[in-house]
Design a binder for this molecule. Structure first.
Ligand SMILES: [Mg+2]
Length: 171
């Protein structure tokens, strides 16, 4: 069975929705899609470092559309691993594990890999929204479209805009 390493934030977890909500709370106004296109998350949302460290942030992230159904199918045909660079945000580890249990109950603890750098990860396929993770990966790389990676057309990676696109490619 082929191994797939699936990122959480920006691939399974819709962190942008929470960035918008917190930004609106702090500044009274929601950012327009064109204001955040191609801009790193920390620049698009200047107070991100404050709210991402708040207790509960990673517990309350909405699920990205279609991810549960496709992940359930992938889990039957592949060796599936959730790989999240969670140690950057120490509070996120228990929250991420709880969140996965709630939204992806078919993923066992053995399939959850919380790490620092992803350079150490070896699998056949990696699905991630950050070039910093995909660029070092030796297998097939799928870049999940998010506003921050939108303007960068890096052809080393296969861009996927949705979970249905992943389903078409891998199932
Ligand atoms: Mg990510």
């Amino acid at each position: 069975m082929k191994k797939i390493a699936v990122d959480m934030d920006g691939v399974l977890a819709n962190v942008y929705e929470l960035y918008h909500q917190f930004h609106e709370r702090d500044f009274g106004k929601r950012k327009l899609p064109e204001e955040i296109m191609g801009i790193p998350e920390g620049e698009a949302f200047p107070t991100i470092r404050q709210f991402i460290y708040e207790t509960g942030f990673f517990l309350n992230v909405p699920v990205i559309e279609g991810s549960q159904e496709v992940m359930r199918k992938l889990n039957q045909q592949y060796e599936l691993y959730i790989v999240s660079a969670a140690t950057e945000f120490p509070k996120s580890l228990p929250e991420k594990q709880t969140w996965l249990g709630q939204h992806f109950p078919f993923i066992s603890w053995q399939q959850m890999v919380f790490c620092g750098s992803k350079k150490v990860i070896k699998a056949d396929i990696m699905i991630d929204d950050h070039f910093k993770n995909l660029d070092y990966f030796e297998g097939q790389t799928l870049l999940f479209t998010q506003p921050h990676n939108c303007r960068n057309n890096d052809h080393q990676h296969t861009r996927v805009d949705s979970w249905s696109a992943i389903e078409k490619l891998l199932l």
